[in-house]
Design a protein around this ligand. Structure first.
Ligand code: HEC
Ligand code: HEC
Length: 327
């Protein structure tokens, strides 16, 4: 018995020591870098600057980029992302204006493509999870984003405003060393589905382009970026987020469960919720469920049709309760 206790004691000591060594390793190593492995096609990529592509890119960016990169002066100079819990450190997005030094004026189309897919910059440094990686977005839509980044949108005009780099805390460093890695480049080109195939289009918009699943799954750390449908609690919601006042807002169950999901909603209610943030129970949906007015009714209706094919989850999510302010 005594001996067993001793062994247990030694084992515990070894664990503590190992944990200490790994902690030291992680803090010294910080956010890991990666080898840049561009294919020749990516390295020489030149995206056409046609206006239809720029327009499509501007639309996508209004949903996918501006919120994080639009600075105080109304330009895409980056900002301190104050809504990210302090637990992760001070997260600061970057200047993506045309300025050649502090912005991305000197990046080639290929470098942008490679970075948007993987998060890896040309110097091998890697952007941690706060900068999303667009690994399932169709090539055409990624080209649209790049065409827009190159466009004469006044918010992208060269601007020298710059923040200090983000300060990532120990937790982010641990996650970036153990759980989050750059996604692999797609093996073959990703095509935008035929718009006549409503369900395929809805699936692409919800799982591929606009990442509805990432917020609407059950656990941020169990989201599967490669196979969205394998994410824990896929579309069953419940992830804890914060609104701009720092209050907890949980993502909603948007499977078709009649009681706990949106099974009883009409398509019109769904469209009004997604496009204009209208909550059918009254009032508006909370941040970070921001309105997406640039989506067309056809697109949102396709997402609705796709959600009808997702396995139903009976999962009651505790809803955000607006504070009743008494006067
Ligand atoms: C959730 C917030 C968020 C969203 C959404 C987002 N970004 Fe970022 N972005 C960041 C952060 C944070 C960084 C800095 C990462 C770092 O510290 O390495 C960054 C870095 C970048 C960089 C690297 C700039 C440099 O000088 O290294 C580019 C380019 C970029 N983002 C473009 C985009 C584009 C284009 C979109 C939309 C398709 C987008 N981002 C969407 C947060 C975001
Ligand atoms: C940044 C995270 C995030 C993203 C991305 C996101 N949502 Fe949400 N969504 C939420 C949160 C949080 C709520 C709950 C808001 C509330 O309680 O007021 C919500 C609520 C909803 C609701 C209302 C459900 C209800 O029961 O009230 C619908 C519908 C919805 N989202 C659809 C979508 C669709 C479709 C997409 C993709 C185009 C999407 N969401 C993308 C976070 C997100």
């Amino acid at each position: 018995m005594k001996r067993a206790l001793k062994i247990l004691g030694y084992t515990a000591a070894v664990f503590v020591l190992l944990a200490g060594i790994s902690a030291a390793y992680v803090s010294i190593r910080g956010i890991p870098g990666y080898e840049v492995k561009m294919t020749p096609e990516i390295a020489t990529l030149q995206v056409p600057r046609d206006s239809a592509l720029v327009e499509q890119g501007a639309k996508i960016a209004s949903i996918l980029c501006n919120e994080c990169h639009l600075g105080e002066g109304g330009k895409l100079t980056g900002k301190v992302m104050s809504e990210v819990p302090k637990l992760f450190g001070t997260i600061i997005s970057r200047n993506i204006t045309h300025d050649p030094e502090v912005g991305i004026g000197n990046w080639t189309d290929g470098e942008l493509y490679y970075f948007l897919r993987t998060g890896i910059r040309q110097d091998g440094s890697w952007a941690p999870p706060f900068m999303p990686k667009f690994s399932r977005v169709a090539d055409e839509d990624l080209y649209a984003i790049i065409a827009w980044l190159r466009s004469d949108d006044p918010r992208l005009a060269p601007d020298r405003r710059e923040y200090p780099p983000a300060e990532y805390n120990f937790l982010v460093k641990v996650l970036a060393n153990t759980m989050f890695f750059p996604p692999a480049l797609p093996e073959k080109p990703i095509l935008v589905p035929d718009t006549t195939d409503k369900i395929a289009l809805g699936k692409y918009l919800a799982d591929g382009l606009y990442e509805c699943f990432a917020c609407h799954s059950g656990d941020m750390l169990k989201v599967d970026p490669n196979i969205p449908a394998d994410s824990y609690g896929y579309y069953g919601g419940g992830i804890e987020m914060q609104n701009q006042e720092g209050e907890i807002v949980r993502s909603a169950n948007i499977t078709m469960d009649m009681e706990t999901g949106i099974g009883a909603w009409t398509e019109r209610q769904f469209i009004d919720a997604v496009k204009y943030g209208k909550n059918p129970r009254g009032g508006t949906l909370q941040y970070p469920m921001t309105p997406r007015p640039v989506l067309t009714d056809t697109e949102v209706s396709a997402i609705f049709a796709f959600l009808k094919t997702v396995p139903v989850q009976h999962h009651q999510v505790e809803r955000y309760q607006p504070k009743i302010t008494s006067r």
